[in-house]
Write a protein that binds this ligand. Structure first.
Ligand code: UDP
Ligand code: MG
Length: 328
């Protein structure tokens, strides 16, 4: 292998004072061993992103940076903007100074011993290495069922997400540069990174319990995260409305026949048949029309996102200029 490359870790932290020091200590041990085994460059850093914490988190990060500037860096966000924004802020800050970057939660739920394997996979040519949970033994039954249901539902709704992968992943500098071209405001990194493409692979790890402190994702936030994920990546719900409208219109034909037969048979009050027919027909038509409007909204929605329309992985072009570039 050539000289080792620079690995930056991006760790979002929101009110994590209880766990910060333990996490820092463990990551420092990991970095020391990775550097001494020649896997990563000594210029590699661990970047803690303080997401507008109300507790001592930022003071601890400052302290870590001043005692160990060769290991720890810090980014302080002006407000609490949520996990995804904090991660993106970190990634966009380091994208030009690292060769590869790993994002990881601050609570040590992601297994730091997976980092070695991720880095090795990167050297094998993978631009993205997804950390995938192999087991959910430490989760409560409720969290396990809701989380696994979430991945299945996301896939059914047409969003391309990696099953059981959260935000523990390695990305190369190249992927970070491409990620910078995604201008959307409603972030859902798990959906965005697969859209970028490139050679990628998965590594499996067991997710631990939180080392200290409390989860910042209660059920309410988890649900709104799931809704954001689906609505940011799929217009399938809008298409479902159109389909439902069509089905309702078809059913209204059956309702017509039924109303007609009951009328002929003389079982009805005066005016019942026409009321029934209108309810079914109008209901179906309304849904169908809403669905068509939805289709347009879906298109507008895709346009306003201004996502890159394509990503060029490689440009084979035999000019002198290019040859020079390829050799540097
Ligand atoms: N986090 C953040 N901003 C927030 C909420 C959470 O940066 O508004 C960070 C948090 O500090 C942690 C990660 O996101 O590093 C995941 O949060 P948590 O562990 O609470 O979620 P869970 O693992 O319980 O789903
Ligand atoms: Mg956690």
């Amino acid at each position: 292998m050539d000289s080792p490359e620079i690995l930056y870790m991006v760790v979002p932290c929101y009110n994590e004072q209880a766990v910060m020091r333990t996490t820092a200590e463990q990551l420092k041990i990991k970095y020391t061993s990775l550097i001494s085994s020649g896997l990563i460059s000594p210029e590699s850093r661990i970047v803690f992103v303080n997401d507008g914490s109300a507790d001592e988190t930022w003071e601890i990060i400052r302290e870590l940076h001043s005692t160990d500037p060769k290991f720890f860096s810090g980014i302080d966000l002006a407000h609490n903007r949520g996990h995804q924004n904090a991660v993106l802020a970190g990634l966009m800050t380091v994208k030009d100074i690292c060769d590869m970057c790993i994002t990881m939660d601050a609570d040590l739920q992601d297994d730091i011993n997976t980092i070695d394997e991720m880095v090795k996979k990167y050297y094998e040519g993978n631009q993205v290495v997804y950390g995938v949970r192999s087991a959910r033994d430490t989760d409560t039954f409720f969290k396990k069922t809701t989380a696994e249901g979430f991945y299945k539902f996301m896939t059914a709704m047409g969003a391309d997400v990696i099953y059981n992968h959260a935000d523990f992943r390695l990305m190369s500098k190249r992927v970070l540069q491409e990620l910078a071209n995604f201008k959307e405001v409603n972030l859902f990194l798990r959906g965005m990174v697969p859209l970028i493409g490139f050679k990628n692979c998965k590594v499996y790890y067991e997710r631990h319990e939180r080392a200290a402190g409390e989860s910042k994702y209660p059920l309410k936030r988890m649900l709104s995260f799931a809704v954001n994920g689906i609505t940011s990546f799929s217009t399938k719900p809008l298409k479902l409305i159109t389909a439902l409208g069509l089905i309702m219109s078809a059913v209204s034909v059956i309702a017509f026949i039924w109303a007609f037969i009951t009328k002929i048979a003389g079982f009805t009050e005066h005016g019942w048949s026409s009321t029934m027919c209108s309810i079914w027909l109008i209901g179906g038509l309304q849904l169908f029309c809403l669905g068509i409007i939805g289709e347009y909204i879906g298109k507008i929605y895709a346009e306003v996102k201004q996502r890159p329309r394509f990503i060029v992985a490689e440009f084979l072009n035999d000019t002198d200029d290019n040859n020079d570039k390829n050799h540097t």
